[in-house]
Design a protein around this ligand. Structure first.
Ligand SMILES: *[C@@H]1O[C@H](CO)[C@@H](O)[C@H](O)[C@H]1NC(C)=O
Length: 142
């Protein structure tokens, strides 16, 4: 792949006004890999998993929420792995059925698998009626 690349970005000290061809290797590092280098623990990884609902109360983060609040509980191992940051106003972006909702992490979920989430009833119903029970979604910690 050939791209115009301003010389100034490639090498300082060369003529500032010229442009030169720079050949990027076809194996140029994808953006995601660059991003991952700053996120070695995978805190912001994109997950695909089953989403069910729960009735929030006093969560593991110590906040008391109700079903109409846009809150979420995450798998207990994920919660524990990132415990130091996860209760610090962390939100999860959930996408399903072409819709996306941002929900605050307030609790751990012992019955969720590692890619699973429990949304508050209100947040669940943003996506689907409660009678759906469960649906698949893509999500990541923001
Ligand atoms: C959770 O509940 C607290 C009050 O305990 C409230 O201040 C907060 O806005 C609620 N969070 C969300 C995301 O609705």
């Amino acid at each position: 792949m050939f791209m115009y690349w301003p010389t100034t970005l490639v090498s300082f000290g060369l003529a500032l006004t010229s442009l030169s061809f720079v050949s990027l290797p076809s194996t140029a590092t994808p953006m995601l890999d660059i991003y991952k280098r700053d996120d070695p623990a995978g805190l912001h990884d994109v997950h695909t998993g089953e989403v069910a609902f729960f009735s929030p109360g006093i969560g593991a983060c110590g906040e008391s929420n109700v079903s109409s609040d846009n809150v979420v509980s995450v798998n207990i191992d994920v919660f524990n792995q990132f415990r130091s940051v996860i209760c610090n106003d962390k939100f999860i972006s959930v996408t399903a059925f072409g819709k996306t909702l941002s929900v605050k992490i307030v609790d751990e979920c012992p019955t969720c698998d590692s890619n699973g989430l429990h949304l508050s009833v209100g947040a669940f119903e943003f996506f689907a009626p409660e009678s759906t029970g469960e649906f698949q979604a893509q999500w990541f910690i923001q």
